[in-house]
Design a protein around this ligand. Structure first.
Ligand SMILES: NC(=O)c1ccc[n+]([C@@H]2O[C@H](COP(=O)([O-])OP(=O)(O)OC[C@H]3O[C@@H](n4cnc5c(N)ncnc54)[C@H](O)[C@@H]3O)[C@@H](O)[C@H]2O)c1
Length: 264
């Protein structure tokens, strides 16, 4: 139990990665404050998570871009838990709809562009700004941010031919790459700024996680991966625990690619 009694905030906790990470971090002994904008999925998560009697588990159905809600939530978590050891900025947005999010570059709507940036980078800024007020006083903390391979390398267009996900042709929009590059830049900035307070900041860049993409896409994508397959949420467990624990005590400002070698 590498995370016994650690108090962790995880945003985007009801998503593909967040759901599995929530249980894994609980299994490692952490107390968890789980944040998500999706009320139904958060309720569903609440029903399914398994905790020990002495473990704290709280749910917050908020929008991470709402400044007042973020300020109040972070204050509430700190007073309920007594401290905040880890902030895991994991939430990301697919804009107003999947169709708009995946729209061709020439047709991309500015409202979709702005709404994605608002969550993927401004939301992270807000949560970090509030949490570090407490971490600075404690003189310790770890901030983990989920970036992406597409914040590091450009998408390979040929993998999208005849692809499909929930009825839409798959595509990686420019705003996604832009937002994830920004997360990596922000990680470096924060790591440098917060080093004197013993607060470490790192990002994880997962490769494509399998979540029901059609066989053609899985085959095309996997052919570009030296390990020959898409990622699973479970593939991210090791790095998440490592960054949240003291095992990574001298690591800061890094972006760790967990992509089976895709970016090579
Ligand atoms: N799935 C992949 O293949 C993949 C690959 C690389 C990186 N990532 C990154 O990993 C992280 C998790 O991805 P995922 O696949 O679980 O995505 P997901 O869409 O399943 O989960 C994201 C979660 O964030 C929540 N969210 C969105 N906007 C929010 C807001 N304004 N306030 C609060 N919560 C909000 C959503 O409701 C959702 O539960 C994201 O940062 C994503 O960009 C995912």
């Amino acid at each position: 139990m590498l995370l016994k009694n650690k108090n962790i905030i995880l945003t985007g906790s009801s998503g593909i990665l967040g759901r599995k990470l929530s249980q894994k971090l609980l299994d490692e002994g952490a107390n968890m404050a789980l944040i998500d904008i999706n009320k139904t999925d958060l309720k569903d998560l609440k029903k399914n998570l398994k905790v020990n009697n002495n473990q704290k588990l709280k749910f917050f159905n908020i929008d991470i871009t709402n400044e007042i809600d973020v300020i109040n939530t972070v204050e509430e978590i700190n007073s309920m838990f007594g401290s905040i050891d880890v902030l895991f900025n994991n939430a990301a947005s697919k804009g107003p709809s999947l169709e708009k999010f995946l729209a061709p570059f020439e047709d991309y709507e500015i409202s979709t562009w702005n709404s994605v940036l608002n969550v993927n980078i401004t939301g992270i800024f807000l949560f970090s700004r509030e949490v570090i007020k407490f971490m600075k006083k404690q003189k310790k903390g770890s901030i983990i941010q989920t970036a992406s391979i597409y914040g590091v390398v450009a998408p390979k267009k040929d993998i999208y031919k005849n692809s499909s996900y929930k009825g839409n042709e798959i595509n990686t929009p420019a705003v996604y790459s832009v937002s994830k590059s920004a997360v990596i830049g922000f990680t470096k900035y924060l790591a440098s700024y917060l080093g004197p307070y013993n607060i470490r900041v790192n990002s994880i860049s997962p490769g494509g996680i399998f979540s029901g993409q059609n066989d053609t896409f899985v085959k095309n994508y996997s052919s570009k991966v030296p390990l020959g397959r898409m990622a699973s949420a479970e593939d991210m467990f090791g790095i998440a625990i490592f960054l949240a624990s003291e095992q990574s005590s001298y690591l800061t400002g890094q972006n760790i690619l967990v992509d089976g070698g895709f970016s090579l």
